[in-house]
Design a protein around this ligand. Structure first.
Ligand code: GN1
Ligand code: MG
Length: 376
């Protein structure tokens, strides 16, 4: 109770550093992000804001991240206006501090940002229908299309983020350090990672030699990072912390990892976890309805593999954090990262079984969109 009070007092004084059009009244915790601390800011009117403390343990260049966000969201607002969409509901808007910066650095060296809260929106943790999955796919396709002609530099906020070669380096170091003393009890889980190293690296080589191109991508497209309106239509992609130039296949893979899971990311009963193929098909339909216009044929061919790649990478990241003493992801209990590891691995296994169907679905949708394009 006391801690909560102090924390809320602190957030009140932080939010007053930002030049908001309306003065803040209440500040309360918001959402379930694994990384940052997020608060909802009320005002006397209907207008609300979101205050967020960025995670300085993970993000080492927060001014660079904030620059990325300001530049890309400005680009999206212009695009959205030209497309007849409401720019203020099509992306996030950061507010400056009274001295004109888009972040505030407090006396504990924590970085804060403040943004407009887009009203009448819903955020989901799991997809509840194929329609919602379709809409989420269309949202990422539209986002990628809107940023496809953004040519300015972007800070590489998290170097090696989806680079499995880099992750294997971290993995070796974590195993050698054995910080939480768990390694000897995890032979089975470690083997899940080791067995698949080669096929994952083979995909990474295609990105390294630019057979698969680099584009502006979001890099964290799980369903809870998308806002939907009350009719289930996608509005915009949020949590732009990981905007970088990398392969857009990671965005597709990360979204499939989350939209097609029949259970939550930390479901302890792994027999409840599988890839939902109708949702896979719906997401892919929505996504390719935009993305077929700019993806190369090679990118399209590798979409199903990207889903396995990101699910594998996520299994590795949860397990590595468990081995490392839970320093990266927020956890609710000491075994949380191990439960998440098992859940991701169950999803990966299900994708491996369903892989031929996933490939067939992608190529059928792509071909039919191309055929329609030719005859229109
Ligand atoms: C983190 O910030 P959040 O909760 O949207 C993580 C993602 C993981 C995800 C797992 C910067 O995303 O990479 O896929 O958790 N973000 C970062 O749910 O590491
Ligand atoms: Mg995030």
């Amino acid at each position: 109770m006391n801690r909560y009070f102090i924390c809320m007092e602190e957030t009140h004084s932080i939010v007053r550093q930002f030049a908001l059009p309306e003065p803040p009244t209440n500040v309360t915790p918001l959402g379930e992000g694994f990384i940052n601390d997020t608060y909802l800011v009320d005002t006397e009117s209907e207008v609300k804001y979101v205050l967020q403390r960025k995670n300085g343990y993970i993000f080492k260049n927060i001014p660079g991240m904030v620059d990325n966000i300001c530049n890309v969201t400005q680009h999206i607002r212009k695009k959205a206006a030209a497309q007849g969409l409401d720019p203020e509901r099509s992306t996030i808007r950061l507010y400056p501090t009274w001295d004109g910066k888009f972040y505030f650095l407090d006396n504990k060296q924590s970085y804060w940002v403040c943004m407009y809260y887009i009203p009448d929106t819903i955020c989901y943790d799991v997809a509840s229908s194929p329609q919602l999955a379709w809409s989420g796919g269309a949202g990422i396709g539209l986002f990628q299309e809107q940023v496809a002609d953004f040519t300015d530099d972007l800070a590489e906020v998290l170097p090696g983020f989806h680079d499995i070669r880099y992750r294997f380096g971290q993995w070796e170091a974590a195993l050698a350090e054995n910080r939480a003393g768990k390694v000897s009890a995890l032979a089975r889980e470690i083997d899940w990672i080791e067995q698949r190293k080669e096929e994952m690296l083979a995909f990474k080589v295609l990105i390294e030699n630019q057979t698969i191109p680099s584009r502006v991508s979001h890099n964290d497209t799980k369903i809870s990072n998308i806002l939907f309106d009350k009719n289930g239509e996608v509005l915009c992609v949020i949590d732009l912390d990981t905007l970088m130039k990398s392969s857009v296949l990671y965005d597709y893979g990360d979204a499939i990892r989350s939209y097609t899971n029949t259970a939550t990311e930390d479901e302890p009963q792994t027999n409840k976890i599988a890839v939902n193929l109708p949702f896979f098909e719906a997401y892919t339909q929505g996504y390719l309805s935009y993305a077929h216009r700019f993806l190369t044929q090679t990118e399209v061919e590798w979409l199903p593999f990207a889903a396995k790649y990101i699910t594998y990478e996520q299994t590795l990241r949860f397990l590595m954090d468990y081995i490392d003493g839970n320093r990266y992801y927020k956890i609710r209990h000491p075994e949380h990262n191990l439960v998440r590891t098992h859940a991701q691995y169950a999803l990966l296994q299900s994708m491996e079984k369903a892989y031929p169907q996933m490939q067939a679905v992608v190529s059928e949708i792509y071909l039919s969109l191309h055929f329609q394009n030719k005859i229109l």
